[in-house]
Design a binder for this molecule. Structure first.
Ligand code: SAM
Length: 280
């Protein structure tokens, strides 16, 4: 009987996972039903083991009856890994190919969708300041997760990553000393408030929320990789509808527009980087 009970049944597990995701959506409004299955499964099991539980159904009971458990799971599912000047070659290409386009605009709206703890937003703010464009920009930085947004607003990043970020900054074509932008304070690196004076941080769920403005640049890096094809296509619809004419769309290095219904609507701006311009 004992071995019967513990036999792994992938079909049953799939049913449990689908029921849990449905429950999360109906009770909390977070829609993970179309996220890539293997990745969701791995992260659910991480939480099941951390809580000393044995099945997805046992986690479901806790999630539905204990909201703090949902907060923990949200952190597990939303994968907030990020870095300043992550993929420096992207920032270099942005300086070279997108900044000249932006210079021709009197006012620029950028949207960082899935900004996590904000490192990407601060990096872009540094770049825009150095290019003399920051003062005509309004930057919207959104994420599904309130905890990470709160950190982003504080603008304090781990001191022990500053060496790595300095190297990224230099490789990204940075024009000053990176240490000009932060002070060692509060046990971390506190970044200059001048970098966020034109930034609005807010909650936004790419799966369930609508567009909220028209943008010249949308950056959504390392987010769509967690969505299945159908959901990716839906979010591409949201981006297409939110971009101004000739607006720029930036994806992460492992992400693509290929096979999306919007592939034909964009032209790639620069070879290896995932920078696209709305063409029609
Ligand atoms: C891996 S981080 C990427 C951070 C940053 N863009 C970068 O490339 O370094 C993915 C972020 O997407 C957010 N995310 C996941 N699903 C989302 C959704 N449905 N709507 C908005 N943000 C979402 C997560 O909370 C997480 O902060």
């Amino acid at each position: 009987m004992g071995s019967e009970e513990s036999r792994y049944d992938p079909e049953l597990e799939r049913i449990e996972i689908e029921l849990l995701l449905e429950g999360i959506f109906r009770n909390y409004g977070f829609d993970f039903r179309s996220y890539a299955y293997a990745s969701i499964r791995r992260r659910l099991w991480k939480r099941i083991e951390a809580e000393g539980l044995g099945t997805v159904s046992a986690l479901q009971a806790k999630i539905l009856h204990e909201p703090p458990m949902m907060e923990k799971l949200l952190l597990d599912l939303s994968i907030n890994v990020t870095a300043m000047f992550r993929d420096p070659s992207f920032y270099r290409a942005f300086r070279e190919h997108v900044v000249p386009i932006l210079r021709t605009y009197p006012f620029i709206r950028l949207w960082h969708a899935g900004c996590a703890t904000g490192e990407e937003v601060f990096s872009m703010a540094v770049l825009l300041q150095e290019e003399g464009l920051y003062d005509r920009c309004r930057i919207y930085a959104t994420d599904i997760n309130e905890v990470v947004l709160q950190k982003a607003k504080e603008g304090i990043f781990p001191l022990d990553r500053m060496q790595e970020y300095t190297e990224n900054y230099i490789a990204a074509g940075g024009k000053r000393a990176f240490s000009d932008y932060y002070l060692a304070k509060y046990g971390g690196a506190l970044f200059s408030p001048s970098l966020t004076k034109n930034v609005v941080f807010s909650l936004h769920n790419l799966v369930t929320d609508r567009s909220f403005a028209e943008f010249n640049v949308i950056l959504c890096r390392n987010v769509l990789i967690y969505f299945d094809k159908t959901l990716q296509a839906r979010v591409h619809g949201l981006f297409y509808g939110s971009l101004a004419k000739f607006g720029v769309l930036v994806l992460g290095s492992k992400e693509t527009l290929r096979f999306s219904p919007y592939e034909e609507c964009y032209e790639q701006i620069n070879g290896p980087e995932k920078i696209f311009r709305k063409a029609r």
